[in-house]
Design a protein around this ligand. Structure first.
Ligand SMILES: [Zn+2]
Length: 389
């Protein structure tokens, strides 16, 4: 199957994203970053420069708690969709990786809090949004497409809607970017709310300025038209949107399921402090995650990617030793010592929190990633006729 066919199988990009070049060795990482910076220059940080307002806190002000541990086990009610590489043998995969790596398309490796990204796609420029930091606006093709689709749904419903501000997605090759815990594997994005007044990046959304119809339309499209995994949103904003949804005739049980979880399904929209200034959205990437499961061992063998590392915060209990931690998390005593600046072997104290580094890449033996069935509202629910602006 040729590249054209593969791209076709993945669906036409909703908004003509810019694909990155083929994956290259670590030695070219710096020059790639320089490339990206050069490309990103025109107008990219304008949103920040123009407003001169607060933005992401600097790294020494701590990280944004944007990681919520989500299960990697096959998902309940999940489906296994067809994958463009299903019919491609491992030896053919290897041949392609060497001769035409771009034909493998985006690869999302590991976890959002310990991951890498290969064949990234850059969120394009648009009159519908402003990129806050184009250098960190890379993701998988699926993530970019999902995001474009959900924003597009708002504009179809409310033509002439104001611009959103698109914050960080991922770095071009993934991995850690300050001040985030996650955003490492091309599946996360930070994005502004819609405001009725004074829109700017990192503006605090309140009852006074939240544009409820547009923000709800955006969330609704994420849930019904994309494979969204979770949306981090401050509880105060959740309350405003739930009231809006109820007033506009949305099915109560369905709305409850999104915000509270229901029938054994976890909530999609969750409160994590720090998310009154922006939404954090994470998508399932059934294509890019399955490609990673297939291709990761080959990427390692050909040194096309540095193995991702995830740092787990472990609070030591009585009886914990470095040896026990190393065994439990599949790492080494030395690695834990290095991560925590420990000198003496096995000297850890109960109650203290230790960083435990563990390998973040997928294993070939992992089951293919599932995708949960989309949570759609009951059929006749059509808020369109009742939902006045
Ligand atoms: Zn985030």
């Amino acid at each position: 199957m040729g590249r054209a066919l593969l791209v076709l199988a993945l669906g036409a990009a909703a908004c003509a994203p810019v694909a990155s070049g083929p994956p290259r060795g670590a030695d070219t990482a710096a020059s790639q970053r320089a490339d990206a910076a050069a490309r990103a220059k025109p107008g990219a940080p304008a949103a920040v420069a123009e407003t001169g307002e607060e933005t992401y806190a600097s790294p020494d002000q701590g990280t944004i708690e944007d990681e919520v541990e989500t299960s990697t086990a096959p998902l309940r009610g999940g489906r296994r969709s067809q994958h463009p590489l299903d019919a491609v043998s491992n030896s053919e995969l290897e041949r392609r990786l060497v001769s035409d790596p771009a034909s493998l398309d985006s690869i999302s490796i590991g976890r959002p809090s310990g991951g890498r990204l290969v064949n990234a796609v850059q969120m394009p420029q648009s009159d519908r949004w402003e990129l806050v930091d184009a250098d960190h606006a890379w993701a998988t093709r699926e993530t970019v497409d999902y995001l474009c689709r959900a924003i597009g749904a708002v504009h179809e419903r409310f033509p002439g809607s104001p611009k959103l501000y698109v914050g960080h997605l991922s770095a071009r090759e993934g991995g850690p970017i300050a001040p985030h815990v996650s955003h490492q594997s091309g599946r996360d994005v930070d994005i502004s709310y819609f405001y009725t007044q004074g829109q700017r990046w990192y503006g605090r959304a309140t009852a006074k300025n939240l544009d409820r119809p547009r923000t709800w339309a955006f969330v609704r499209a994420l849930v019904t038209e994309t494979d969204v995994e979770m949306i981090l949103m401050d509880a105060s904003i959740q309350q405003l949107l739930r009231e809006h949804a109820a007033k506009n005739g949305e099915d109560r049980a369905w709305v409850d399921s999104l915000f509270r979880g229901r029938d054994g399904l976890p909530p999609i929209i969750r409160h994590v402090s720090g998310h009154a200034t922006h939404l954090h959205i994470r998508f399932h990437n059934p294509v890019a995650q399955e490609t990673a499961r297939r291709v990761y061992p080959l990427l390692l063998r050909h040194q096309r990617v540095a193995p991702p590392v995830q740092f787990v915060h472990h609070r030591a209990k009585d009886g914990d030793t470095l040896g026990k931690l190393a065994k439990r998390y599949g790492t080494s005593i030395e690695a834990i010592q290095r991560a925590n600046g420990l000198k003496k072997k096995n000297l850890i104290r109960a109650g203290r929190v230790y960083l435990v580094p563990r390998a973040g890449g997928p294993k070939a033996a992992d089951p293919p990633p599932g995708v949960p069935t989309r949570r759609l509202p009951p059929a006749p629910s059509s808020p369109t006729s009742r939902d006045g602006v």
